[in-house]
Design a protein around this ligand. Sequence first.
Ligand code: BGC
Length: 790
Amino acid sequence: MKRKFFPAAIAAALWPSVSALPAQTPAVVAPAAIQTQARESPLFSARGSQFADSVLKLMTLDEKIGQLNQSPGEGSQTGPRVPAGGEALIRAGRIGSFLGIWGADYTRGLQRVATQESRLRIPLLFAMDVIHGFRTIYPVPLAEAASFDPARVEFSARQAAVEATAHGLHWTFAPMVDIARDPRWGRIVEGAGEDPYLGSSMSAARVWGFQGGDSALGIGAPDALLATVKHFAAYGGAEGGRDYNSVELTERTLWETYLPPYEAAVRAGVAFVMASFNDIGGTPSHASDWLFGDVLRQRWGFRGAVVSDWGGISELIPHGVAANRGEAGILGLRAGIDIDMSDNVYIDSLGAAVRSGKIPQALVDSAVHRVLRIKYALGLFQDPYRFNDVARERRYTLAPEHLVASRLAAREGIVLLKNSAKTLPLRKDTHTIAVIGPLADDRRSSLGGWAADGHPDETLTVLAGVRAAVGPSVRVIYARGSPVDTADTTGLAAARDAAAQADAIVLVLGETESMSSEASSRSSIELPGLQLELARAVLRAARRSTAFVQTDTTPKPVAVVLMNGRPLAIPELAREAPAIIESWFLGSQHGAAVADVLFGDYNPGGKLPVTFPRVTGQIPIYYNHRNTGRPSDTANHYTSKYLDLPSSPLFPFGYGLSYTTFAYSNLHLSSATIAAGDSLEVSVDVKNSGDRGGDEVVQLYVRDDVASVEEPVKRLVGFQRIASRAGDTRTVTFRIRPQSLALYDRQMRRVVEPGTFTVFVGTSSDDVLTAHFTVTGDVLVLASPPTRFR
Ligand code: BGC
C-alpha cells in the first residue's frame, strides 16, 4: 500500500497539536540504542522483550492471568468508573486493562493504585472504541471511505488519537475493516464498504493515523493510540446480513475479498487484532488456531497481541464447540486469543487449567509477554502517568483545529447522487427555506453510531447548518414531518404547509444512527416508516399540484439529504426527487458540511464505497462479481437475471456527481506488452469541463480476461482524488504492479498469469474508458499457497 501524506500546508495549519506536545519522556533504554533500532517498531524492540522476560519471572500464575483480563467500566453521572470492587482487583494484580474508562485525572488515580499498591506495580492499559473520533466526532467510517482520500482519513484518526490520549486512553478498538456485501448488515457503517482495495487503503491509513505513523511519531509518543484491526475474520459476511450470524465462504473468496484489509493493517504495524463473533463454515473465530496461528502470525508475521470481542470466548458454548467456560477458555487461549475482553473466563478458569496440565503454562506466558511488551513500548513502566496530563486534556478537547478538520472530512464524504436541471446548489438569497424531515434536527444521529465521548449538544444538525449558512436575513422554517420509523401521520400536514410556503426545500430523510451499527440489521433497506409518503407530500406541494406528476423537476428547488449508515433502496425517490445528496452520518460538523454542499460553498466529490441496490431482494449485489457463463442479457431469457428487476444497481460502486463535469480522454498504457513481474504505467487526461472547480476520484480497475480461475468482471486497483479548476486538464498516472494483476490460482498460489488484461479508468465502476495489454512469459508465483482452512 503506497502511503500518501496529507498536504503539508494543510497539516501545518490544522495540526499544531503534534509539534506542541511535550517530547517523549526519557525511557530506561539509552537514546543511542533506540537510534540503532531505527524503523523497528517499539512494540518489538529487543529491550522490550528482555524487560518482559524479567517481569514474567517475578509473576505468579494468577498475576499472569490478571494481565490477560480486560474489565469494562461502568457509566456514572460523573463519567465512567470502575465497577465496585475494581480497585481491589487492581491491587491484587487481577486486571491488566480496562475498557471504556477515560479521563486524565481519573485514570491517573487508577494507574496510581496499579503502580503503587499492587505487588509488581505493573501499569494498566486503558482502551476504548474510538472509531470515528473521541469528543470531536468525524464522519462514520463508511462516509470517510466515500471520500476516497486515505490521507484525509489518516489525519482524522491522528487527531482522534491526540484527543483520546489526552484523556488517558492508550488503545482503540479500530479500525474495523470488515468487507460487507450485504447492506442489511448494520455494521456496514463501521467499515469501508464492499471493496478490498479501498478497504485496505482505509485500513492502513487509520492504523498510521492512530498510531502516529511509522516514524519517530509512532508508538511510544504520548499521543500515539494503539490500534486494533477487527473483526478477524470475515464478520461482514454474515448470512442474510443478520448480525453475529454464521459465514459461509469459499477459501478463495476469503483470501481474495475478505482478508486483504486485515493484512493491510498488519503490514501497517497495527498493535492488536480483535477476533470476530462469527464462525466461518463451523469454526468460530475465537477457537480458530488457523486464523490466529497459520494466517495471522505465520503467514503475515503479526507480532502484536490478540483480544477477544466482548464475551466472545464464552460464546464458544452456544456455538457448540465448548461444553463450559473452562473448555471455552482453553480453546480461546489455544487459538491465540491473548486478552479476554469483559468475559472473566480466563481469570476464572485458566489457573485451574494450567495447574491440572490441561494447558501448558508456556501459552499463558507468551500471551502475558506480549501484553508486557506493549506496556513497555508505551513507556508506562518508565512513567505510568504519561497519558494523564489535565492541561493537555483541556487543550485538545474539541480543539478548534479538530473541528475544522472534522468539517473538511465531512464535506469530502458527501456524495451527490442526483442533480436534475442544476437544482443544486441552492441560492442563499432565497426568501424562505423549508427544512423538513425527521432527521433534519436529530443531533444524536448526526454524530453517527460510535460517538465515543461525543456530545449531541456539541453537534450541528442540517437545520442548524442551513440556518448558520444563510444568516438571519433568510427565513428558515422547520417541520419534522413523519417520524423516521413509525406510521404516525400527524406531522404530514405541517410539512406540506412548510413546503408550500417556502421558495426552496431541504428534505432530510433516512435512518437514525441506531438503525445501523451493532445488532442493527434490517430485513429491508427501503426508507423506513412513512418517509416516502412524506417525500411524496413535499414534492407534490413543491409542484403546486395535487396530482403526483411523473417529472423530476419542481418549480421550486427540492434537495433531498439522505442520512444513513448503509445503502438505501430508494428507486422512487431517485426517480422523483430533483436532487439527492448522500450525507451518511458526518459527526460534530454534520450540518455545516451539508450546508457547505447545499449552497455551493463546497463542490461535492465523494463516491459510493458500496453499491446501492434497487430493492432489498437484489442483495447481494456488488461491482466486482464474477461474470458467470450466462451474464445478464435482457435480449436473452436464459441468462442470469431476475424477471422483475433490471440487473444493474440503482447507483454503482464508485458513483458520485459533482457541480462540475469531468471529461476523460487519452487513456494511455506505457506498453502493450509486459513480462510477468513487470509494472505498467497508465495515464489518462481528466478535464474539468464544467464551470467551477471541483474534486474528482479517478478510478483504475483491471480484469484478467482469461485466467485459470474465473476472475471478477473488474477489480479496483488504484484511485486518486484530484482537485482541478474549471477548464483545467490534469494528466493522472497510475502504476500497475504485479500484485495488482495477481490472483489465487487453483492451488491457491498467488500468481500472475500470462495473457490479456483489460484496464478500465473512469469516474465510477460503470463509466470507464478501456484499454488492453498482454502479459508474456511464464506464470509468476508471488506467494505459495496458504495452509488449508480448518
Ligand atoms: C463489538 C466490538 C467492540 C467491543 C467493545 C463489541 O460488542 O463487536 O466491535 O470493539 O464490543 O466495545
